[in-house]
Design a protein around this ligand. Structure first.
Ligand code: 5GP
Length: 203
C-alpha cells in the first residue's frame, strides 16, 4: 500500500488558513485534516473533536512524557500538539493528511518526515492581516495586538517552507494549494507503485 502524503500548512493567525483547508478537504476525499490537542480555552463556535481535542496542562504534559505526540509546541502560552497514532493510521492506509500547525511544529515534522511538504500561507499585506484580525470579533484588543506581533514572528519563518501561497483572492489561493498537493501526488516515487502494477505485472 502506497503511504499517504503529509502536508503541513502554517500561516499567521488571520491569513485564512482554516477556510482554505476546509475547502481543500471538501474537494478531495482522500485528504483529511489532523485534529490537534490543545490546552487553550475553547472559543465560541468551536467544538470538542471538531476544531481541537481540548485538554488540560497535566494531561498534555503526560502525553509529552509518554511520547504520544508526533510534534508539539507552545504557542501564545498554550500547548498545541499532534497525536502520533492517528497520523500513522491514516498515512499507512494511503490517506493524505494536512497538519495545520505553527512553524515550530512544521520544523519537527520535516525532521521526522523529510518527504513531507511544508506550505506557508501569507496574507497579501500586514495592513490586510490587521483588518482581518479586527474583523474576527472573537478576541480582545490585547489579544489581537499580541497576535499581530506573533504574526510577524510566524511570517519570519516562511523561508523555511517548501511553498508559499498568498491568500489574496480565495479561489486563486485554493487552486494554488490544489496544484501543490497534486504535484506531490504525481512525483514519480509516489506514482511508482501503481505504475509498476499496471505496466509491469510480471515483475
Ligand atoms: P489557534 O489557537 O488560533 O487555533 O491556533 C494558534 C496557532 O497554533 C496556529 O498557528 C496554529 O497553526 C497552531 N497550532 C494548532 N495546532 C497545532 C499543533 O498541533 N501543533 C503545533 N505546533 N501548532 C499548532
Amino acid at each position: 500500500m502506497q503511504q499517504g502524503n503529509i502536508f503541513v500548512i502554517s500561516a499567521p493567525s488571520g491569513a485564512g488558513k482554516s477556510s482554505l483547508v476546509t475547502e481543500l478537504c471538501k474537494q478531495d476525499n482522500n485528504i483529511s485534516v489532523s485534529i490537534s490537542h490543545t490546552t487553550r480555552k475553547m472559543r465560541i463556535g468551536e467544538a470538542e473533536g471538531i476544531n481541537y481535542y481540548f485538554t488540560d496542562v497535566v494531561t498534555f504534559e503526560k502525553m509529552i512524557k509518554n511520547s504520544e505526540l508526533l510534534e508539539y509546541a507552545k504557542v501564545y502560552d498554550n500547548y498545541y500538539g499532534t497525536s502520533a497514532t492517528k497520523i500513522k493510521e491514516l498515512t499507512s492506509a494511503g490517506k493524505d493528511i494536512i497538519l495545520e500547525i505553527d512553524w515550530q511544529g512544521a520544523r519537527q515534522v520535516k525532521k521526522l518526515f523529510p518527504e513531507s511538504t511544508l506550505i506557508f500561507i501569507l496574507p497579501p499585506s500586514l495592513e490586510i492581516l490587521s483588518q482581518r484580525l479586527h474583523g474576527r470579533n472573537t478576541d480582545s484588543v490585547e489579544t489581537i495586538n499580541s497576535r499581530m506581533n506573533l504574526a510577524l514572528d510566524e511570517i519570519s519563518h516562511a523561508p523555511e517552507f517548501d511553498y508559499i501561497v498568498v491568500n489574496d483572492l480565495f479561489n486563486q489561493a485554493l487552486s494554488e494549494l490544489q496544484n501543490i498537493i497534486n504535484s506531490q501526488k504525481n512525483l514519480t516515487k509516489n506514482m511508482l507503485n501503481q505504475f509498476k502494477q499496471r505496466f509491469f505485472k510480471g515483475n
